[in-house]
Design a protein around this ligand. Structure first.
Ligand SMILES: [Zn+2]
Length: 311
């Protein structure tokens, strides 16, 4: 009883102070990512996100066909840009874009999207691909059609997240991302909100939507519900150095938002699937460009040439 009372009082104190009992600070020995599981046991589960992806160890799955994107090419009625104290998040209101196909068993509706980044351009993405980290990552969250957030988070296939890896490169602002970033000064501090003009959300995605990684994971923040079907597009999108710099100017009170990416979780017995055919050992693959000549064919030609010389 006393424990429950003390816990309730502590949570109430945190609520009064307006602070959460978790953060992204790896050096914080109480609230940092490696301690989330102390307060939220789900964060220590065996289906957590993000993960480190190795293409070589991934398995091609033929069901991972094309996505069906509905309303992605229309402007949605309203977008609310927010600084939630650690990230930039955009709430999608009304006329939500829909996602189906792509090996998902259900249809999903977009609810929000948000960005992850870090102190410099060498890190910032949540997922690692073949040991590479990117400067940032965009997550577009979708709830199973007809579900509210609470129902979706309790359902092992309740949410579908599209992840776009963001590269930093040079001086050219990405025009679609600039449609959001031009208003970052309106949400400079935590809890700031701004009703931003709508735009075509398809423009945030890479051009190649056929090549992607797929695995079963979780929401990457407490309480880390294991409800997410993750898709990570193979092709990254490039933003300018200045666009990343402007993300780092955002604040929570007097602190800059300098990193908000959870470290990778163990894969345990999960498999990561890919939507495309890898190069086979014989050297023949349907998506290889250039010469499509198998090793066995070359060996046969060499042997035949050698035999011909002998005769
Ligand atoms: Zn995220």
């Amino acid at each position: 009883m006393a424990v429950i009372l003390i816990t309730t009082l502590m949570l109430a104190l945190v609520a009064v102070q307006g602070e959460r009992n978790w953060n992204f600070d790896n050096t914080d020995a109480v609230r940092g990512p490696s301690h989330w599981k102390d307060s939220y046991p789900g964060c220590g589960g065996k289906r957590q996100s993000p993960v480190s992806i190795k293409t070589d160890e991934s398995e091609q799955q033929s069901e991972l066909e094309e996505f069906v994107l509905t309303n992605y090419d229309n402007t949605v009625p309203s977008l609310t840009l927010t600084n939630n104290g650690d990230r930039v998040k955009v709430l999608v209101n009304g006329g939500k874009p829909k996602l189906s196909g792509g090996g998902l068993g259900f249809a999903y509706e977009m609810s929000q999207f948000h960005f992850h980044w870090s102190t410099n351009n060498k890190r910032g993405s949540e997922h690692k691909i073949d040991d590479d980290e990117y400067a940032g990552e965009l997550h577009i969250g979708h709830l199973k059609q007809g579900s509210n957030a609470a129902d979706a988070y309790a359902d092992p296939q309740g949410i579908a997240i599209l992840a776009v890896l963001l590269k930093a490169g040079g001086s050219e602002d990405h025009p679609a991302y600039e449609k959001i970033f031009q208003y970052l000064d309106k949400i400079e501090n935590a809890s700031n909100e701004y009703e931003m003009p709508s735009f075509v959300l398809r423009d945030l995605l890479p051009s190649n939507l056929h090549k992607y990684y797929r695995y079963n994971g979780s929401r990457a923040e407490p309480p880390c519900e294991e409800a997410a079907i993750w898709t990570i597009f193979h092709e990254p999108v490039t933003l300018s150095d200045n666009q990343f710099e402007r993300l780092r100017q955002l604040k929570n009170k007097d602190k800059f938002l300098l990193h908000n990416n959870r470290p990778v979780a163990p894969l345990y017995d999960r498999k990561i699937y890919i939507s495309w055919r890898k190069h086979s050992k014989e050297g023949v693959a349907d998506n290889c460009n250039g010469l499509k000549v198998s090793k066995s064919f070359i060996i046969t030609v060499v042997i035949m040439a050698f035999l011909k010389q002998l005769t």
